[in-house]
Design a protein. Structure first.
Lengths: 115, 111
């Protein structure tokens, strides 16, 4: 375990389904992130929460809806997804800036397949 | 121009050799630079970070930064088969929370 736990590890869902991805961090960090990793593409930042407020939303379609109820938990609610949304979804946490030698700690990811 | 560029590889080196991974970035105002390693099917893990021009060494790993040339590299000495992975370069513009990742370079260390 890296200190950032994601569930489920794998998810197959139909285009009409609604599901949620969960992320929990036990590191005392106060910033959390959702990233999408597709084959042969760079990691794409989706959402950033700092001190439980959303500070970044990189033009992500509304079928993805984040929720951050507290500094330890982050959700990504999914509905009416498309097959091209199939990817590895990574949660990460860090200390909010400006601090010293920080970086992300990633969770293990959720492999999502939309059928 | 892509913000962070890396050769996709694969970069193949024999066991015991030095592996050299390169990364260039477009935003001259970038402040901090990170290297992550990602094994197949796993999540990225932080290897090193560097803020200042020059070299930074940590065990078998050395990060090199040249802000004038907008270039950051990672050297892996005495490469091992267990170093075979994809190496991601990440650049942070303003010590904030918005990192830009490169596409990664796949390294293969041959026994």
């Amino acid at each position: 375990e890296t200190g950032v736990t994601q569930t489920p590890r794998h998810l197959v869902m139909g285009m009409t389904n609604k599901k949620s991805l969960k992320c929990e961090q036990h590191l005392g960090h106060n910033a959390m992130y959702w990233y999408k990793q597709s084959a042969k593409k760079p990691l794409e930042l989706m959402f950033v929460y700092s001190l439980e407020e959303r500070v970044e939303n990189n033009s992500v379609p509304s079928r993805f809806s984040p929720e951050c109820p507290n500094s330890s938990h982050l959700f990504l609610h999914l509905h009416t997804l498309q097959p091209e949304d199939s990817a590895l979804y990574l949660c990460a946490s860090s200390q909010a800036f400006p601090t010293g030698d920080y970086g992300y700690t990633f969770g293990s990811g959720t492999r999502l397949t939309v059928v | 121009q892509k913000e962070v560029e890396q050769n996709s590889g694969p970069l193949s080196v024999p066991e015991g050799a030095i592996a050299s991974l390169n990364c260039t970035y477009s935003d001259r105002g970038s402040q901090s630079f990170f290297w992550y390693r990602q094994y197949s099917g796993k999540s990225p893990e932080l290897i090193m970070f560097i803020y200042s021009n020059g070299d930074k060494e940590d065990g078998r790993f050395t990060a090199q930064l040249n802000k004038a040339s907008q270039y950051v590299s990672l050297l892996i000495r005495d490469s091992q088969p267990s170093d075979s992975a994809t190496y991601l370069c990440a650049v942070n513009r303003d010590y904030g929370q918005n990192f830009v990742f490169g596409p990664g370079t796949r390294l293969s260390v041959l026994p």
